[in-house]
Design a protein around this ligand. Structure first.
Ligand SMILES: C[S@@+](CC[C@H](N)C(=O)[O-])C[C@H]1O[C@@H](n2cnc3c(N)ncnc32)[C@H](O)[C@@H]1O
Length: 219
């Protein structure tokens, strides 16, 4: 097991450090301490969208391999962004993910739905073409989403750009699964272009509105 080292922390406690994949037969007993260094947080669809307290993929991978066989059924009753379901799929297990949050279910579904490179590239080309021709005047006021404090959270030009992108995704001549993939991509940038403070886990307005928090569709 050359990815395992024993280290001692500043308090004199001994810790087992595991780099990357966790060996199926890793000895683990009550009271043992581990430091897991993940290599796969962006592997395949794992990095697709931020989610609070995501598993690092090696953890469900280890447990699935350790406690199940191919074709078994894996349940994650708090699926979040579907890390367990992605790993179950890769390990040829069936899986069910449950989550009270509809957005979690949406991300999870997108992350476990295989798409062909051809259909993705085609849709990407159409979207990039549309972006290069963007003019704010193409967005009708009636298309802007309406929600509480909208104008506090988003600068007007950002709102127009996001609305335009959403509409172009909606109008893609592609399967719904391809559109859903791009919806998740769009969602993954929303917070960073909003006026929400990215350094704060609570949703608060940035102290200083950053002039660079724009999508720059207009260059
Ligand atoms: C920490 S997140 C799970 C993250 C997940 N392990 C991942 O890798 O993305 C916990 C999830 O549990 C869900 N949850 C909390 N209470 C629930 C309940 N009573 N029933 C179903 N889901 C629940 C939350 O919506 C949240 O998505």
């Amino acid at each position: 097991m050359d990815n395992i080292t024993k280290i001692v922390n500043d308090f004199g406690e001994s810790i087992v450090r595991v780099d990357g994949d966790i060996p199926v037969d890793l000895p683990a007993k009550d009271g043992d301490r581990f430091l897991f260094i993940s290599h796969d947080q962006s592997f395949l669809t794992h990095g697709l969208h931020k989610y609070p307290a995501k598993f690092f993929p090696e953890l469900p991978r280890w447990l699935i391999k350790r406690y199940s066989q191919e074709n078994d059924q894996i349940l994650d009753p708090f699926a979040g962004s579907g890390t367990t379901n992605v790993e179950a799929l890769l390990l040829k297990r069936h899986s069910v993910g449950i989550d009270v949050d509809p957005f979690s279910r949406f991300i999870s579904k997108v992350k476990v739905t295989p798409l062909t490179e051809k259909e993705l590239k085609l849709a990407q080309k159409v979207l990039l073409e549309a972006i290069s021709h963007y003019r704010p005047s193409q967005v009708a006021q009636c298309d802007l989403p309406d929600f509480p404090y909208r104008d506090n959270w988003f600068n007007k030009e950002i709102l127009l750009e996001l609305t335009y992108l959403k509409k172009r995704i909606h109008e893609l001549d592609s399967d719904e699964v391809v559109k859903d993939f791009f919806k998740v991509c769009l969602s993954s940038i929303i917070r960073s272009v909003s006026n929400a403070d990215n350094n704060c886990t609570r949703t608060v307005i940035r102290k200083k509105l950053n002039r660079t928090n724009k999508l720059l569709l207009t260059g």
